[in-house]
Design a protein around this ligand. Structure first.
Ligand SMILES: Nc1ncnc2c1ncn2[C@@H]1O[C@H](COP(=O)(O)OP(=O)(O)O)[C@@H](O)[C@H]1O
Ligand SMILES: [Mg+2]
Length: 351
């Protein structure tokens, strides 16, 4: 087992600064998710840890070893790529054992480990099949099994579920999580899917434009986003934001005024962005006026989108909520959950 230490990692592609001095410590056995929009540098960071890209600055440590200048094969890692390439002309068993054969592991030992890997991923019944005879989800499991049997203490995965359809993704997500509990490899898992990140990560590192915006446990990031960017990226629907200023018991902006009973001297009178989640707004007899745009019944609840001033706000309401488009309603924000962000930088104000 081995923790991973990334220290001030920088990477340039021509004039593009893909990594802007990233530092990240991953604990032994931890499942760390790198989350961020396309192009923010997730794959680049992962490839630098693997040694597939050279850093332009900074260091990478795996366990006690500084591996910055080591070739990938000496770093003792296993990797699952986005386009999990399984060899079409090899059986599942041969595919899983491929890396072991390359390392000239004795045949009897390969057979044992392939069987163990197949067992972990529920592939034993398919060992003699070819990839064409498998579903997408099963093929993806073959790729994971092939990485796992290498017995490396570090497992790197780059959007391994992105080629699966929605239902299979859900299943595979749960499989990978269970697997991690069983084998406890130190894992870096890259995704742009915030639901995947929330459900799988011990911790999430949210990346933006080559830098880390926030590191924390999923619920911590969800409840206390470090910035408007993070609050807007995590959660479905994303956090609601309203721009205005807090004065004399109300947060007021263009065309709206939200009554506020809590004193917040630190944000008083300043141009701020208020952040509030859909489930922390209730429709009732009092509160800020809003005009309903659309009501979406989603089975377990309804999502009401209403205009507060000029800003569309999403409210999680009971499924039987009795409101219609164009109706004027009152919204009350749960003040304990409201977050304040600087209107200029988007950075959260400590509370
Ligand atoms: N081999 C490369 N050559 C040039 N630019 C690259 C290369 N790989 C990545 N980039 C650039 O680096 C940035 C980060 O890319 P990447 O790490 O692939 O992002 P992500 O995985 O988060 O989508 C992007 O601007 C991308 O265009
Ligand atoms: Mg990528």
């Amino acid at each position: 087992m081995a923790g991973i230490g990334i220290e001030n990692a920088t990477k340039l592609f021509g004039k593009t600064l893909a990594l802007k001095g990233i530092s990240l410590d991953i604990r032994d056995g931890e499942f760390m998710v790198l989350l961020g929009p396309s192009g923010c540098g997730k794959t680049t960071l992962l490839r630098c840890v693997a040694g597939l890209e050279r850093l332009d600055g900074g260091r990478v440590r795996i366990g006690e070893r500084d591996v910055t200048d080591l070739a990938p094969r000496h770093r003792n890692i296993a990797m699952v790529f986005q386009s999990y390439a399984v060899f079409p002309h090899m059986t599942v068993a041969s595919n899983i054992g491929f890396g072991l054969r390359m390392r000239r592991v004795p045949k009897a030992q390969i057979d044992t480990r392939v069987r163990e890997g197949a067992d972990l991923l529920g592939l034993v019944p398919f060992l003699e099949r070819y990839p064409a005879q498998l579903s997408g989800g099963q093929r993806q499991r073959v790729a994971v099994a092939r990485a796992l049997v290498m017995d490396a203490p570090v497992l790197l995965m780059d959007e391994p579920l992105s080629n699966l359809d929605a239902l299979l993704r859900l299943q595979a997500r749960a499989d990978l999580k269970r697997l991690h509990k069983e084998v406890k490899r130190t894992t870096i898992y890259v995704t742009h899917d915030q639901v995947e990140a929330m459900s799988m990560g011990d911790r999430i590192a949210v990346m933006r434009e080559g830098a880390i915006e926030q590191i924390g446990a999923p619920m911590d990031i969800y409840d206390n986003p470090a910035s408007q960017f993070v609050g807007g990226f995590i959660g479905s629907p994303p956090m609601n934001f309203l721009r205005g200023a807090l004065r004399d018991g109300a947060f007021a902006g263009e065309g709206f005024s939200v009554p506020m009973s809590r004193r917040r001297d630190d944000v008083q009178g300043r141009e701020m962005v208020l952040g509030v989640r859909a489930e922390h707004i209730t429709i009732g007899a009092e509160g800020v006026l809003a005009r309903v745009m659309v009501v979406e019944p989603l089975g377990s609840h309804a999502l009401v989108t209403a205009l507060v001033g000029k800003t569309a706000v999403k409210v999680q309401a009971p499924i039987d909520v009795d409101v219609r488009a164009d109706q004027t309603i009152n919204l009350r924000f749960d003040e304990a959950t409201v977050r304040w962000m600087d209107a200029g930088t988007g950075a959260a104000v400590q509370h």
